[in-house]
Design a protein around this ligand. Structure first.
Ligand SMILES: Cc1cc2nc3c(=O)[nH]c(=O)nc-3n(C[C@H](O)[C@H](O)[C@H](O)COP(=O)(O)OP(=O)(O)OC[C@H]3O[C@@H](n4cnc5c(N)ncnc54)[C@H](O)[C@@H]3O)c2cc1C
Length: 485
């Protein structure tokens, strides 16, 4: 593999077989490097890409949407080889209810949401503020509502809409609260250039992207031997980069001696374990980035019904939105059902005629991950019936995510928090900086949180894996020249 040199081919080790790990391995294999080991702690590949059979086809407990068609390497990878689906969610086909079982005037709902969108998509303005997203939104929302055009939006409704947007944004950015989100970093960040956000992987689920990365698709004869390099159920417990040769130790006592290590574990895992995972400890700048980059949890619940109780034409229905009235909020607070407060929507799922999906985020997510399946169905049915104001058939099946309580993730994805801003972390960049010995890159962090422009997304993770692989390839100029790496 070390074309043009007499030296032994370099040995690579990749920690984690999620999108970033698989992308890094694919790039190295593509360039002719074969001495690669990928260690994965769990009994499956994919990481936060986790597609499972459910309902009519598959569902995604982790990443689900392609995440935009602009500046998206995943979109570029499959473009022309894959016909995307589309969830088709618009305000015009969303039905909004209040907790006393009344439907909100659709025109009023659309108007209020369009105004909210205008404020939340004004990235230029956001990039200029030092406030949290919550504060930024409230200032601008209240200011805009004073306009004659919005005189039909009464004060109580405006408050309910603010609460809906607060929860929606917390879920979108996987933070406990929108007061943790830095409007500035969002304004300068990835969401500003993503393009159309609703492309789906239809019945295949997101795991089909792993097949494209490994080149099983579109032409199976070109498959890269990534999977044969993966060792499952191998938890890495220490990466010793004291010398030129990196020593990687696993929980089962096995040891690997390699030239280059690419670490793709989640930021949640790094926050908890970085002190013991690395010997010597990571430099202060990286520790600052690990500690002060945001990492929260988005939870997903899929409910399957015998048949839909919602309108089946996408033009008529794609989502329910729920507004909690103050008295209902007070009644549920402090009870077993309190976790339901953080559910903002139920959505249509592409290629799943009998399934709806809800998101939840926030501090009560642990409870959501821990209750039994039957309790989960009971609670969701109670919520749906309360808001829709009618009796509904009980769901026959449920699946939910466990990203916070799964010890190999400890959350869902990263975001630019107020702490990130206040502690001068260069989002993604500080984490990505290579650890070298005499110019030799020995340890590289990859994974979504290390991507400068698309952190939080699968395409950010893929980009980060390719970036780490490229960085090492540049260290071997002879091969680079021959293969054009
Ligand atoms: C609920 C949810 C919804 C999302 N929705 C979208 C979406 O719609 N679109 C989108 O683009 N992105 C979405 N994302 C984000 C996307 O899933 C992630 O950004 C991306 O998959 C992260 O990939 P990664 O390779 O960086 O990390 P991971 O997928 O976490 O891979 C890291 C791997 O390392 C393993 N590991 C951890 N510790 C160890 C250890 N000690 N030793 C060995 N292995 C270890 C883990 O098991 C894991 O397999 C979503 C994520 C979640 C959780």
């Amino acid at each position: 593999a070390s074309a043009g040199t007499d030296e032994k081919p370099p040995k690579f080790l990749i920690v984690g077989a999620g999108a970033a790990g698989i992308a890094a391995a694919s790039k190295l294999l593509e360039k002719g490097y074969t001495d690669i080991v990928i260690l994965e702690a769990q009994n499956r590949i994919g990481g936060r890409v986790h597609t499972i059979p459910f309902g009519a086809n598959n569902i995604d407990l982790g990443a689900q949407w392609c995440g935009g068609d602009i500046g998206n390497v995943v979109y570029e990878l499959v473009k022309g080889h894959f016909q995307f689906g589309d969830t088709g969610i618009r305000y015009s086909n969303s039905h909004c209810y209040t907790s006393d079982g009344h439907v909100v005037d659709p025109k009023l709902y659309s108007k209020a949401m369009n105004l909210a969108d205008e404020i939340l998509n004004d990235y230029e303005n956001m990039a200029k503020t030092n406030k949290s997203l919550g504060e930024y939104f409230q200032i601008n929302y209240h200011k805009a509502l004073e306009d004659e055009e919005f005189k039909d939006v009464d004060k109580e409704f405006a408050e309910l809409m603010t609460d809906l947007n607060a929860k929606g944004m917390a879920a979108l950015y996987a933070s406990d609260s929108w007061y943790d989100l830095s409007a500035n970093l969002i304004g300068e960040g990835p969401g500003t250039q993503g393009g159309y956000q609703q492309y789906t992987w239809k019945e295949h689920g997101f795991k089909i992207v792993l097949d494209f990365l490994m080149k099983k698709l579109p032409d199976p004869s070109k498959t890269l031997p990534v999977e044969e390099k993966i060792h499952l159920n191998k938890e890495v417990t220490n990466i010793d980069w004291t010398s030129n040769e990196v020593v990687v130790t696993c929980a089962d006592g096995s040891e690997y001696r390699v030239d280059h290590v690419i670490v793709t574990v989640s930021l949640g895992y790094l926050k908890k374990h970085h002190q013991t995972l690395f010997t010597p400890p990571l430099p202060a700048k990286k520790v600052n980035a690990i500690e002060n980059t945001g990492f929260g949890t988005l939870g997903k619940i899929f409910l399957e019904f015998k048949e839909p109780f919602w309108p089946t034409d996408v033009n008529d229905w794609a989502a329910y939105s729920f507004l909690w009235k103050k008295e209902d909020l007070d009644n549920v607070t402090g009870t077993e059902k309190e976790w339901l407060i953080d559910i903002t929507n139920f959505l249509r799922v592409d290629a799943q005629p009998n399934v709806i999906l809800a998101f939840t985020a926030g501090k009560k997510i642990r409870k959501f991950e821990e209750i039994s399946d039957s309790q989960l169905i009971d609670d969701c049915m109670w919520l749906l019936e309360k808001f829709l104001g009618r009796t509904l058939p009980r769901a026959i099946n449920v699946q939910r995510s466990h990203w916070l309580t799964n010890k190999y993730f400890l959350g869902s994805y990263s975001f630019g928090s107020m702490a990130t801003q206040e502690n001068d972390v260069a989002l993604g960049k500080d984490l990505a900086e290579t650890l070298s010995h005499d110019g030799k890159p020995v340890v590289l962090l990859a994974g979504e949180a290390t991507d400068e422009s698309n952190s939080g997304y699968v395409h950010g993770a893929v980009d980060s894996g390719w970036r780490a692989a490229r960085e090492i390839l540049h260290y071997y100029p002879v091969v680079s020249e021959i293969t054009g790496a």
